[in-house]
Ligand binder design. Structure first.
Ligand SMILES: Cc1cc2nc3c(=O)[nH]c(=O)nc-3n(C[C@H](O)[C@H](O)[C@H](O)COP(=O)(O)O)c2cc1C
Length: 196
């Protein structure tokens, strides 16, 4: 494993370092993640809040060479380049309808976001990283993994692993391999009534 890049992020308010130290590396180490660790990550996701406690998330995942080859096919080429080293790949699906009444669940994707972040924070607590990806084919996710499109929506691809070595990345990705910044705190929230 290589040295992790310096984290130059600066918090504007008091916050647990866990949040600053979460970022999305591409240089993931190929060493396997034990099945019980994967279960721990999924357990964290399981306790996320959801509308009507519907728990609309479905994490499909690959942790063997054979399964990862299938999941790699789902990814956009730009993500395949670095995801080929990731020991675990996942696709997160959202169940489209509420279990209790069959009506469309307009909050399912929001709830999946909460579940993914719980998984991500648990990963960090174990010294692992996650990297979410919109760059994948929803069609292939459904067809290759056999998840019915009428019942589920493919939401996000996820790579999981320990930090690896940036030297294994192509030059363009190596240059981007560091924690990035954020918009100022004052721009993301307003007290009271919105005024232009
Ligand atoms: C929904 C979502 C989709 C993303 N899609 C991609 C992607 O396809 N490829 C990629 O390399 N990074 C992707 N990212 C990573 C973002 O670029 C990254 O989270 C963002 O720049 C903030 O950086 P940080 O996660 O390192 O703090 C995605 C992240 C999220 C949450």
């Amino acid at each position: 494993m290589g040295k992790e890049p310096d984290n130059k992020r600066v918090a504007e308010a008091t916050v647990d370092p866990l949040f600053i130290n979460r970022w999305s590396p591409r240089a993931l180490d190929p060493s396997p993640i034990p099945p019980e660790t994967i279960q721990t990550l999924l357990e964290a996701a399981r306790w996320a809040p959801s509308c009507f406690n519907d728990q609309p998330w479905l994490f499909m995942y690959a942790d063997t060479a054979e399964l990862r080859a299938t999941y790699l096919e789902i990814l956009a080429e730009g993500n395949r380049v670095w995801c080929k080293n990731a020991p675990v790949l996942a696709i997160l699906f959202a169940r489209r309808r509420f279990a209790h009444n069959g009506k469309p669940n307009n909050w399912a994707v929001f709830d999946c976001g909460a579940a993914w972040m719980s998984l991500t924070i648990q990963a960090r607590l174990l010294g692992l990283y996650t990297h979410g990806m919109a760059g994948f084919s929803k069609e292939s996710a459904h067809s290759l993994l056999g998840v019915p499109q009428g019942d589920y929506e493919a939401v996000c691809a996820i790579a999981i692993g320990r930090y690896g070595d940036a030297a294994m990345l192509p030059a363009d990705l190596r240059d981007m391999e560091k924690p990035n910044g954020r918009n100022p705190l004052a721009t993301i929230a307003r007290r009271g009534i919105f005024k232009a």
